[in-house]
Design a protein around this ligand. Structure first.
Ligand SMILES: C[S@@+](CC[C@H](N)C(=O)[O-])C[C@H]1O[C@@H](n2cnc3c(N)ncnc32)[C@H](O)[C@@H]1O
Length: 375
């Protein structure tokens, strides 16, 4: 089912008039909440003393209506609510459609032409020689709204405490594949939410992906209940990745993903079951990533270090895909065709990580006189 935020993200990349009509349809109050939720989530607060609370008033205009929302910034993050503060530190007025285009449209959208910013009167020009701390929070909020808070995936991994950087080094590799897709309203599906049986633990990478892909819908799948991590643009689903039926039920819910990341059990048989079940549903031009491939060498996860090409291991299987890339070159009788041969455009290997690009692989082989030599 397409949620309101998914509809807004799709429209934010199109004509402004269509977005205006969609805001009419969803309701400006609800759209203002969606925009404020997005701002509060992405905002990286400045360093504040414990107990300091900064109130930033947002007033969104749409046709002849206004909706007031309040973002409260503390040292540990930002919360939001509808309504007004009697004493905000700053008030930002802007047209709702413009805000939504900046937050949920492709980056680089036009600047904030309709914005007015009113700062609290500090009462004393001297105090501005050293700007008050609420001014720094206002700056952060404005750069978040303008989508100028360009942060790398590695910085986001640290911010949301994902081990994809630090323990692992995956976030240095992902941008070379994901950066060109970043401005699209993607469907991202990650197996393994983290935190295992504790429902409140984990969710770090889901939040990281949500921030990195500003227009995407992120689905997390885990064998345990992880509903506490659901929020705007993040959905949690419960499924065991060793069960193909359960995975198919996931795809029935999410639609075809653009990106799949397998960071689940890391058992070799589960990695292969998940790939064989989900890869056919991945969109063309999408990526399928498998993390923690070191388990392919470890008997505890069903792997082996004794037979490195064993087809039942994750790396043994992935190595066989290299021949599939060149399926048009292999001489008759050399190898049995695999279903993925014509669907994998490229394979990328990093330390413990593989990234597989889906796309037509039908370039054609060389002419027979090169292949077989002169008759
Ligand atoms: C390494 S954690 C995921 C970390 C998270 N992706 C991150 O980067 O923050 C692995 C998760 O996979 C889940 N898991 C283990 N076996 C699974 C299975 N068979 N199906 C689905 N999830 C599984 C665990 O419950 C655990 O929460």
């Amino acid at each position: 089912m397409r949620t309101d935020v998914m509809r807004l993200a799709a429209a934010a990349g199109g004509h402004p008039d269509d977005l205006t009509e969609l805001i009419d349809d969803i309701g400006p109050g609800r759209c203002a909440e969606i925009a404020t939720d997005e701002i509060a989530f992405r905002l990286d607060p400045p360093r504040l003393h414990p107990g300091t609370e900064i109130e930033l008033q947002l007033v969104f205009g749409h046709r002849d209506t206004t909706t007031a929302c309040l973002v409260t910034v503390t040292g540990s993050g930002a919360t939001h609510a509808t309504g007004r503060s009697a004493t905000p530190h700053a008030t930002i007025r802007q047209q709702l459609g413009e805000v939504i285009r900046q937050l949920l449209g492709p980056r680089g959208a036009a600047g904030p032409a309709t914005r007015q910013v009113e700062l609290r009167d500090s009462g004393d020009i001297a105090s501005f020689r050293r700007p008050p701390v609420w001014f720094a929070a206002t700056q952060r909020l404005l750069s978040t709204m303008d989508h100028r808070d360009e942060v790398t995936l590695t910085e986001l991994a640290s911010r949301y405490e994902s081990d994809k950087w630090g323990i692992h080094r995956y976030t240095q590799h992902y941008p070379r594949y994901f950066e060109p897709l970043r401005d699209r309203p993607l469907t991202v599906l990650e197996i393994g939410i983290g935190g295992f049986a504790d429902p409140a633990a984990g969710g770090c990478s889901l939040r990281m992906w949500k921030h990195y892909f500003p227009r995407a819908t992120i689905y997390g799948v885990d064998v345990y209940d992880k509903t506490p991590h659901a929020r705007q643009r993040i959905h949690t689903l419960r499924a065991d990745q060793s069960d193909p039926e359960a995975l198919l039920a996931v795809v029935a819910r999410t639609g075809r993903p653009d990106i799949v990341i397998d960071d689940g059990s890391h058992r070799v048989e589960d990695v292969l079951t998940t790939f064989h079940t989900l890869f056919p549903h991945l969109r063309d031009g999408g990526y399928y990533a498998i993390e923690d491939l070191q388990t392919s060498y470890w008997p505890r996860f069903g792997g082996t270090s004794a037979e490195l090409d064993a087809p039942h291991t994750s790396l043994g299987f992935l190595k066989s895909l290299v021949d599939g890339l060149n399926h048009e070159e292999i001489l008759p009788g050399g190898r049995r065709a695999a279903p993925t041969d014509q669907q994998i455009r490229s394979l990328h290997f990093h330390h413990n990580l593989a990234v597989i690009e889906k796309g037509a692989n039908l370039e054609g082989g060389g002419p027979d006189w090169v292949r077989f030599g002169p008759k």
